[in-house]
Design a protein around this ligand. Structure first.
Ligand code: TXA
Ligand code: MG
Length: 338
């Protein structure tokens, strides 16, 4: 049985105890719910892959309460510290050299010499991290390839959720950002956008006074024709020197129903998701065409559309600001499946 814990002091203390014992607990963050385990405990981390049915041991993001703790685990170049000081706590993950002797399990880094690290802003995540006082490895708390959870009840959803597979869900309410974090890595001195996400690429570029490089990945260039070869998720087939780019499975974040993107109107039988006022019988990501609202409602709206049991068509979303991350998720959700 999976317990639902309230985000009270008691609930947080209980979640912290479970995590320290090596159990899995789904936790709220401002982006999406994470499936957390003690990042130093290989058995606990292995359970994450088991619960998610992840096809490969691709690396996980480690969550810590502050920059000071992050510096015990990763080595920060000047530019990385600059970003961390400005944007943490928040929806940005940095991929940095792993500090030797950090105690992080090899499974978290997939045996590599870099680590993805983030300081979440959600007050419940902050309290939990301080209470547990351990680094928490946490991918999104969904089964592999499915829509990420932006509410506690998505985590336990009988259709594709993790009910019965994890010890508990700490219920911190709906996630404010609603999309996963922006992931930044480094290639020499250049910062690379490994995954668009909850912090706009433009915000990071303004802080760095530099354009972010985009990794040269086949899926990014031509998502609809890439095979579902799982090895691409860990970047195994990239040219030497390219940082591994996350989330490269071509089909990902997928609803059950087929999804058609950049649709101007619904075809007969389709559920239409608008960006702007909803059409009759349809849904919208944001009535006012607000990208922040669209990001926050994206996964929830895909779930609602999916429950109607019909093919889904979704309107074009502007490819700027948070629209970059929304379109990235939509392309994956619409990609061919096995
Ligand atoms: O907002 C988020 O980032 C959420 C919340 C829970 O923090 N987490 C999340 O984790 O989205 P996940 O596992 O679903 O996505 C993390 C991505 C993966 O695609 C993984 O390949 C990549 O980060 N990643 C992790 N460590 C990496 C590393 N050392 N180098 C390159 N990519 C890495
Ligand atoms: Mg995920």
């Amino acid at each position: 049985m999976t317990q639902i814990l309230p985000a009270s002091q008691q609930g947080i203390e209980h979640a912290a105890r479970l995590l320290c014992q090596g159990q899995l607990v789904a936790i709220p963050t401002e982006t999406v719910y994470g499936l957390a385990a003690d990042a130093r405990n290989p058995h606990a981390v292995a359970r994450i892959f088991e619960a998610k049915e992840r096809p490969s041991f691709n690396p996980l993001i480690v969550h810590v309460p502050d920059l000071e703790t992050a510096e015990q685990i990763a080595v920060f170049p000047e530019t990385a510290r600059h970003l961390a000081e400005r944007l943490w706590p928040g929806a940005m993950t940095l991929v940095l050299p792993l500090r030797p002797g950090s105690g992080i399990s090899d499974l978290v880094t997939a045996g590599g010499d870099t680590i993805a690290i983030r300081v979440p802003a959600h007050p419940v995540a902050q309290k939990l991290l301080r209470q547990a006082a351990i680094p928490l490895a946490a991918p999104s708390a969904n089964r592999s390839g499915r829509i990420s959870p932006s509410r506690a009840e998505h985590v336990t959803d009988p259709n594709g959720g993790l009910h019965g597979r994890i010890a508990a869900v700490l219920d911190g309410g709906p996630c404010g950002v609603g999309l996963e974090s922006t992931i930044i890595g480094w290639q020499g001195n250049d910062a690379v956008l490994l995954r668009p996400g909850g912090v706009e690429a433009e915000t990071i570029e303004a802080l760095l006074n530099q354009k972010l490089r985009r990794p040269h990945i086949s899926i990014a260039a031509n998502p609809s024709t890439t095979s579902t070869d799982q090895t691409t998720e860990s970047g195994n087939d990239l040219p030497p020197g390219t940082p591994s780019a996350p989330g490269q499975l071509s089909s990902h974040y997928a609803p059950n129903a087929p999804l058609r993107i950049n649709a101007d109107a619904a075809q007969p039988g389709e559920v239409f998701i608008a960006f702007g006022p909803a059409i009759e019988g349809g849904l919208t990501l944001s009535h006012d065409r607000d990208l922040r609202e669209a990001a926050a409602t994206l996964f929830e709206t895909l779930r609602r559309a999916d429950r109607l049991g019909r093919p889904i068509a979704i309107a074009p979303i502007p490819d700027e600001g948070l629209g970059l991350a929304i379109n990235d998720r939509l392309r994956r959700a619409a990609a061919p499946r096995d």
